[in-house]
Design a protein around this ligand. Structure first.
Ligand code: URA
Length: 245
């Protein structure tokens, strides 16, 4: 392997996306030959230098794995945290050092990608690539057509106006006083779907991501996972390339 930038190496090793790896470096969490390095321009020679993150030596694994999981609620999409909450990484057990591609809230279920390919994480999560995500959301109350129109056009959530979204009313249930919507967005602000529904005055009762980058999880029971097929990986990456133009 040739000399390369430290953040690229960390991404290739699956530690984090390139962007996140830059943050880890700047936060002084990465050592090269036992010295903390915070300079983003740092180049390393993978054959000679010893790179450590989190007190562990980081090596680049040749085999890249790409996984689709149906996340149950109650799992966080980070590694085990200080509250010792269950992590999705306790559920998807493979020998490669995988990370989730983006995040889902603890109380959101559904489609989540995981991989040890940091470049893939970067491609799929970068806002400019506009990966499509589809959610089924159950909300309290009977939704009005005007509110749905607001969600479609874009709505202010805190200091941000969301981009146009595809929104369908799947069901309204008078007797239960709840509605179910399907919302497709191409962005991923923190807790975006929950905030969008709150902005039209409805509390979210349940949130499930049914598809990511056009790949659904209907055949995957909650808590189960499978490897992505080559053709699916290509399709996801092709989607990101088209959007880059
Ligand atoms: N929007 C949310 O509010 N939560 C998620 O987990 C994903 C999208």
């Amino acid at each position: 392997m040739e000399e390369m930038r430290l953040q690229k190496y960390l991404a290739a090793a699956g530690v984090a996306s390139r962007r996140k790896a830059e943050e880890l470096i700047q936060q002084g969490k990465v050592r090269v030959n036992n010295k903390i390095v915070t300079e983003l321009g740092t180049k390393i020679n993978p054959e000679k230098d010893i790179i450590k993150y989190d007190e562990k030596i980081i090596t680049v694994q040749d085999k890249k794995v790409y996984i689709l999981c149906n996340k149950p609620i109650g799992y966080v999409t980070t590694a085990k945290d200080q509250f010792n909450r269950d992590s999705i990484l306790d559920l998807v057990k493979v020998k490669e050092r995988i990370v989730p591609v983006g995040r889902l809230d603890m109380y959101t279920s559904g489609a989540l990608l995981l991989t040890n390919d940091g470049d893939f994480v970067y491609q799929v999560t970068h806002p400019k690539h506009e990966i499509e995500k589809t959610y089924t959301v159950t909300i309290k109350g009977i939704v009005q057509k005007e509110s749905v129109e607001q969600l479609r056009k874009g709505i202010k959530i805190e200091d941000y106006t969301t981009r146009p979204a595809n929104v369908k009313i799947l069901k309204t249930e008078e007797e239960k006083d709840q509605s179910r919507l399907e919302i497709t967005i191409h962005e991923g602000k923190n807790r975006q779907v929950r905030k969008m529904c709150e902005a039209i005055g409805h509390k979210v009762l349940a949130l499930h991501r049914s598809k990511i980058a056009g790949i659904g999880i209907k055949d995957l029971p909650l808590g189960k996972w499978r490897y992505l097929r080559q053709e699916e990986i290509k399709r996801i990456l092709a989607g990101t390339i088209e959007k880059k133009k």
